[in-house]
Ligand binder design. Structure first.
Ligand code: BT5
Length: 269
């Protein structure tokens, strides 16, 4: 089921409508990080909706300088260039998580697939996907965002000590998947959530996100990297601007970044 990158790109392109996200896809055998090259492409005026996908990253990145580690040729690692309206930039990550979840669920059902705020997807409590969203200002065609998505598809084991809680679609379901089918569905769902965004659609998206939100209603610790502090509170849900609503000793508080953990922050999933 492992196909080369050129085959992957043409198989995805044949499934994508000509005006949708993914109409321009560039495939690489190996890069440092698709986010690094996508950020430069955005600065150089690469069209909205372009996708850069690779079989391997030598310096795959997570948030806050963490690493994304994935076996070559069997997973999906890609970045999407978008220029959402300014007022919806803060919800772009939330909408993308929802699109990913909608796209993947048909492949993984009935295994529970939850969203861990802000952007992880969990299968049976283990992480199969993460997202690194970066803002880019000063591009030739204006500001934009790079959505970097890593999804473990057909990787059979995760021996790396730096990814202790990883899983893949294969491990959770016992089935190999076509990477082209999965990526095409993701791009179609992403196009659908990003087209004609308005406040009503965002409110409906928040309700859907909360339906699948990991630990909703439970008390968790939130590690705040900026201050190095940890806040404890009950997850109430999401605000319509994508912020996490936490009921703490001080009342309801809102957070735009952080890591939900019940263990030591360095061991988060
Ligand atoms: C993320 O960060 O989860 C964002 C990952 C984004 C990866 C994509 S791949 C395409 C694009 N190009 C890039 O260079 N990056 C993006 P964070 O929430 O900080 O989680 C990082 C943590 O996840 C690591 O510290 C590990 O513990 C764990 N991890 C690393 N690789 C993993 C994997 N393959 N599967 C599951 N967990 C992993």
């Amino acid at each position: 089921m492992s196909t080369g990158i050129d085959e992957l790109v043409s198989a995805v392109q044949s499934r994508i409508e000509p005006r949708c996200i993914g109409r321009h896809i560039t495939g690489f055998n190996s890069v440092s990080s698709t986010n690094i090259i996508a950020k430069q492409a955005l600065l150089d005026g690469e069209p909205t909706g372009s996708v850069l996908v690779t079989d391997y990253q030598s310096a795959g990145r997570g948030r806050l300088g963490r690493k994304w580690l994935a076996e070559p040729g069997v997973n999906l690692m890609f970045s999407v260039i978008l220029r959402p309206p300014q007022e919806f930039v803060s919800v772009t990550g939330m909408l993308t998580s929802l699109a990913l979840r909608r796209a993947i669920e048909p492949f993984t059902s009935p295994v529970p697939l939850l969203i861990k705020w802000p952007n992880d997807l969990l299968l049976e409590g283990r992480k199969c996907s993460g997202m690194l969203m970066e803002y880019v200002t000063g591009g030739m065609r204006g500001d934009g965002v790079v959505l970097g998505i890593g999804l473990n598809v057909n990787q059979a084991s995760f021996p790396d000590v730096d990814a202790p809680n990883a899983t893949s679609l294969l491990l959770a379901t016992g089935r190999h998947m076509s990477r082209a089918d999965v990526l095409a569905r993701i791009l179609i769902q992403l196009d659908s959530v990003m087209t004609d965004i308005d406040h009503g659609a965002v409110a409906r998206a928040v309700a859907e996100y909360e339906r699948y939100m990991f630990r909703l209603g439970e008390t968790v610790s939130l590690f705040l990297a900026g201050s190095g502090k940890e806040v404890s509170g009950r997850i109430l849900g999401l605000r319509n601007d994508g912020a996490l609503r936490l009921e703490t000793d001080a009342g309801e508080e809102h957070f735009y970044a952080g890591d939900i953990t019940t263990r030591r922050p360095s061991k988060d999933i």
